[in-house]
Structure formats: structure tokens, C-alpha cells
Design a protein. Structure first.
Length: 278
């Protein structure tokens, strides 16, 4: 009879020890040189050997492969100096805000009244419309109203000389220059001799900004009518009688005019003459 087998209990995942996650620079371990010139240090938690890089210095940051503890391996040399602090960004001092004095209220302005008899210069108050006497000379004068005590500035209006009247000689000269430039014929040809008041209004608007303005509108219309007559006279109307006769008699079409033969001196001319039968 066989003895009963012994059942080994299987530990649950909750009862298994979790790997240590202790980290920090306070955990130190001594670096020991091995036979193959490799240095290693024992983990201060689980005593597992951690190998240091070959060209590492006296203080090396290591990590245990078994429990994950991070520690520092040292060979007893003085620790390295800490890195220099990062330079602080430049800060500029903010200037205190400058408090400006409030601007004075604007002084109202009004023109002087022209054409006052006796050579007097008067101005009307812009607030209460009271007439004030301008006692100083010049184009500008500051007046205080006697009714509402409003201070305002009176300005003498500037008079411009009247423009020279347009004479018939100027209009005729501008019209001749416009016709000599060929603009009426070009304008009518572009519209194929068909135009109306809408197109004529657009032409006047473009002429106002040209070098030919001012122009007499009736003279411009007359020049366009003459250009239209010339354009329509140059068009040869088809002969309907000849077209009906040719269609009734069923005349053959006219032979197509062949292009002139190329010069026979060239090589291409000889080949083309040979194919064309010349």
C-alpha cells in the first residue's frame, strides 16, 4: 500500500513578497572590483549584485534587477560637486505708470459772418447763438460769449477765386484731340456698331477721368454717330439673289486655292513638290 502523497501548498499572489520600490540617494553600497575588472555593488535591500558600467566614476547610480531598488554605488572617493544652478531668466523692472494730466476740453470753433455792413466782424456762439464782436485783427480770434460765458474761436472764412469759365475754344480743342486719338472708332468697333444710352453713360464716366475732359456731351454723341456710320458702311452686306441662284442651280463649290509651291532649291521643297505633283 502506497503512502499518501504530501500536498505542497501553493502560495497565493497576495502572499508573495512584492518587489521593493525604495529609491533615493541615501542608499549607498560599496563598489567591489571583480576578477574581470568589472565593479559591482550589493543591493542594500536584497543583497543582489548590480554591475556598474565600465567607464563609470566613483559614484554610480545603480538599479537592482531583483527588487527594483535604486541606490548609489561608491568606491570611497569624495562625491562629485553638485551641478551649478540654472540661471534665472532676466526680469525687467516695470516702470510705474505715469499719470498724465487730463486734457483740456476742446475749444469750439465757428466761422465769422461775412458781409456785415460797416466793416464789423461778428461771430455766432456755437452754444447759445449769441452774436459776438471780433475786436482783434487776424484770421483767428478767441471770443468769450457775453450770454453763456462760453469761450470759442472765430475763424475768418477763406475765399477762393472763381474758376475760369469754360470757353467753346477749350471744348472744341479737347474734342479734336479725342477724335484724332481714334477713340471713337475703337469704341464703336469694340461694340460692333451697337450701343445705347447705358454704354454712352459709361463712356462719359471714363472720359471724366481722362486727359480729354472737359468735353461737350452733344459733340461727343455726334462724333460717335459718325463713327457708327463709317463702321456700318465698311461692312459688305451679303447678296441674297446670288445666294438663291447658286442654291437653285446647284453650282459646284469654288475650288480651294492651293498655297504657292515652296522654292525648289531646298530639300524639303523638292520632296513636297514630288508628293504634290508639281
Amino acid at each position: 500500500m502506497k503512502p499518501p502523497q504530501r500536498i505542497t501548498p501553493v502560495p497565493s499572489p497576495e502572499s508573495e513578497p512584492k518587489p521593493s520600490t525604495a529609491t533615493g540617494s541615501h542608499l549607498l553600497a560599496a563598489l567591489v572590483a571583480g576578477t574581470d575588472e568589472m565593479r559591482s555593488a550589493a543591493c542594500p535591500v536584497c543583497y543582489t549584485e548590480a554591475t556598474a558600467p565600465p567607464k563609470a566614476g566613483g559614484w554610480v547610480e545603480l538599479r537592482c534587477a531583483a527588487c527594483g531598488t535604486e541606490f548609489i554605488g561608491t568606491d570611497g572617493t569624495p562625491p562629485p560637486s553638485p551641478p551649478p544652478p540654472k540661471p534665472k531668466p532676466k526680469t525687467y523692472a516695470m516702470l510705474p505708470p505715469v499719470l498724465l494730466a487730463p486734457l483740456p476740453p476742446p475749444i469750439p470753433m465757428t466761422p465769422m459772418l461775412p458781409g456785415v455792413p460797416g466793416g464789423l466782424r461778428l461771430a455766432r456762439c456755437p452754444m447759445c447763438s449769441t452774436l459776438g464782436d471780433v475786436r482783434t485783427s487776424g484770421r483767428w480770434a478767441t471770443i468769450r460769449c457775453s450770454a453763456c460765458a462760453t469761450e470759442y474761436t472765430a475763424i475768418e472764412p477763406t475765399t477762393h477765386p472763381p474758376a475760369a469759365p469754360l470757353t467753346a475754344d477749350i471744348l472744341r480743342r479737347n474734342l479734336d484731340r479725342w477724335i484724332e486719338s481714334g477713340s471713337p472708332d475703337h469704341w464703336v468697333t469694340f461694340r460692333k456698331g451697337i450701343w445705347g444710352e447705358l454704354e454712352l453713360t459709361g463712356l462719359f464716366e471714363s472720359l471724366m477721368s481722362s486727359k480729354y475732359w472737359p468735353l461737350d456731351r452733344s459733340a461727343v454723341r455726334t462724333a460717335l454717330l459718325e463713327a457708327t456710320k463709317r463702321f456700318r458702311a465698311a461692312i459688305v452686306p451679303p447678296d441674297p439673289l446670288r445666294w438663291k441662284t447658286a442654291k437653285k442651280l446647284k453650282l459646284p463649290p469654288m475650288p480651294r486655292r492651293l498655297p504657292p509651291p515652296p522654292p525648289a532649291e531646298s530639300w524639303w521643297g523638292r520632296v513636297r513638290n514630288w508628293f504634290a505633283g508639281w
